[in-house]
Ligand binder design. Structure first.
Ligand code: HEM
Length: 546
């Protein structure tokens, strides 16, 4: 059938269709964009919700870690840890200790990390041989030293990097420290004498110990130092700036890219955004410049006896020997060597002044060793003093200078654990983050009787106790500077107590605790990798008389 398009009927139909179409078009233009946006938004929200619900179901019910005891929220989200670390300020270690009291020796502390408080399990988590030990990729975000050994995620690269450093920290090598230690301990005793003759005879010892430890390790690593021991205030603002960096470590973990800004932003921008980090940046620039100066020095002796000799002469590839990586390694060694040693020294000094019987035992040991009280003892001298070394061990047990959870990953082998209390067996799959904290283990009464008490003699009465000690961590990734730190602390403490007695009203060189309270000023109150005392604390204060 043919249609005559000129008929009025057809014309009105056509008009009607045109009108409807135009209205449709208007309607579409008026509403469609909104509908389209709404639909897209709804789909997006649904996708996000589905993602979160699937992640939640996986983490809480399907993951191999779902059966590990612990609070559901800790297994569900990293925000649980972040609340304690960022909002409450380095308080997760206290919550983790409570979890162990509530749930037993094995707990899930984050969606992908299992934590133990079982002194018998140290060697399994921190093996020396037998299996590989990785670290999580995020570790470098917290430490801010991405190319250094402490942050190297993979076992094999870590081994190669560490081998290049090992000889620098060997017992034979650190004997070189005798001359440096003599010079800096003398400086320290002179400063103490000067303070004893001033109007204010009270010294905040951690200021001086940090300056001394920093100068010593920087000389050891670079062949020269900042000279903090020469400064009236022991360069305190520099150390406050370093502490500021540590205070940001939990935020670094939470906010991607923040640590890169703190490390790499041009100095003038950094000093505007986070002025407190300004002096740390000055030190970092100094380290980097020293690296360049040392490696380009025309004097071949310049690189010798610095930390870089081992790395530059190692079989590591050229990319491993670039300035930035060497500076990162140097930054680690200085960071790791100054605050930790100073903190342990401060704690050891506090306990000796707080426990006259222990101080008397130490003084008797020093006297019996026939050391010349007018001379700084050598490394050999202090190695032969068992009680002094027990004092140091006990100080690090009670106050580990690195208090953060010591995280490790077994990349290939599952970790098997039997909870002896409940009889339950656990299989932790390869790739899981596993950890222990020295403060938890060291406060565990099953290993250390009367754990909170300072009892150096426990190490002499029962040398096997060392198997429960991980103040310097253990295994392939344990502290490379342990031997150095122990000797340094021993020389400083021996020198102080060869000269000074505890004040009991007598004349002569004496020391006396001044307004120092263990819970407030010595014990760890917050965990920022390094232990931090209570707010407002002035740390260990000692009155020096001569
Ligand atoms: C009382 C003093 C010290 C304590 C308590 C201490 C503690 C520790 C701990 C617990 C670790 C392992 C960290 C982890 O598991 O991630 C460590 C690693 C390390 N420490 Fe120390 N440390 C001290 C002194 C020193 C000194 C003086 C140096 C250097 C001169 C140093 C250099 C290092 C380095 C380079 C690492 C990384 C090792 C690696 O990953 O292979 N430490 N330290």
């Amino acid at each position: 059938m043919s249609v005559d398009s000129s008929t009025p009927l057809f014309q009105s139909l056509l008009k009607g269709t045109e009108l409807s179409f135009t209205r449709l078009q208007q309607d579409y233009e008026q509403y469609a964009p909104d509908n389209w946006r709404k639909t897209a938004f709804t789909l997006f929200a649904a996708a996000i919700l589905t993602h979160f619900i699937s992640v939640a179901i996986w983490r809480l019910y399907l993951s191999p870690l779902a059966k590990i005891p612990g609070p559901k929220l800790a297994g569900l989200t990293f925000l649980y840890e972040a609340y304690y670390e960022v909002i409450l300020g380095g308080q997760y270690f206290k919550r983790v200790a409570e979890m162990h009291e509530q749930y037993g020796p094995i707990v899930r502390v984050t969606p992908d990390e299992v934590h133990w408080n079982d002194p018998e399990f140290i060697d399994t988590i921190y093996p020396t041989t037998g299996r590989k030990t990785n670290k999580p990729e995020w570790f470098s975000k917290r430490t801010g030293t991405p190319d250094s050994i402490v942050s190297t995620p993979g076992h094999d690269l870590h081994r190669r990097r560490r081998n290049a450093l090992n000889s620098f920290f060997s017992v034979a090598s650190i004997r070189r420290l005798d001359i440096v230690m003599k010079e800096y301990t003398e400086k320290m005793l002179n400063r103490m004498e000067k303070i004893s003759k001033s109007n204010n005879q009270v010294l905040q010892f951690h200021h001086m110990f940090k300056a001394c430890a920093s100068d010593v390790i920087t000389i050891y690593a670079f062949g020269e130092c900042f000279g903090f021991m020469e400064l009236e205030d022991f360069g305190w603002s520099f150390f406050e700036s370093t502490d500021e960096f540590f205070f940001l470590t939990h935020l670094f973990f939470l906010i991607p890219g923040l640590v890169q800004i703190a490390q790499n932003a041009p100095a003038w921008i950094l000093k505007k955004i986070i002025p407190a980090l300004g002096e740390l940046r000055d030190r970092q620039d100094w380290w980097l410049n020293k690296v360049r100066e040392i490696r380009t020095s025309p004097n071949p002796e310049r690189v010798k006896s610095t930390i870089f000799e081992g790395i530059i002469n190692s079989p590591l590839p050229a990319s491993e020997k670039e300035d930035q990586r060497l500076a990162s390694e140097a930054q680690l060694v200085v960071f790791a060597g100054e605050g930790t040693t100073a903190y342990s020294l401060t704690c050891a000094l506090y306990h000796l002044l707080d426990n006259p019987t222990d101080l008397a035992t130490l003084k008797a040991e020093l006297k019996a060793s026939n050391l010349d009280p007018t001379k700084i003892p050598s490394i050999n001298d202090v190695e032969a003093l068992p009680f002094l070394n027990a004092v140091i061990q006990e100080a690090v047990r009670l106050h580990p200078g690195v208090m953060a959870r010591q995280v490790r990953i077994s990349p290939e082998t599952p970790i098997l654990y039997t909870d002896k209390q409940s009889g339950k067996d656990y299989v932790i799959p390869p790739g899981t983050i596993t950890s222990m904290s020295p403060l938890d283990t060291h406060m565990n009464e099953s290993a250390f009787e009367n754990a909170y008490a300072f009892k150096p003699e426990r190490w002499i009465e029962n040398p096997l106790l060392t198997r429960y000690f991980h103040g310097f961590s253990k295994g392939t990734r344990g502290c490379v500077g342990m031997t150095l730190a122990r000797r340094e602390m021993a020389i400083i403490l021996a020198s102080i107590f060869l000269k000074y007695d505890l004040y009991t009203g007598q004349s002569g060189p004496t020391l006396e605790l001044y307004d120092t309270d263990r819970a407030r000023d010595i014990d760890a109150n917050s965990d920022y990798i390094i232990p931090v005392p209570a707010k407002g604390s002035k740390g260990l204060q000692v009155l020096i008389r001569n």
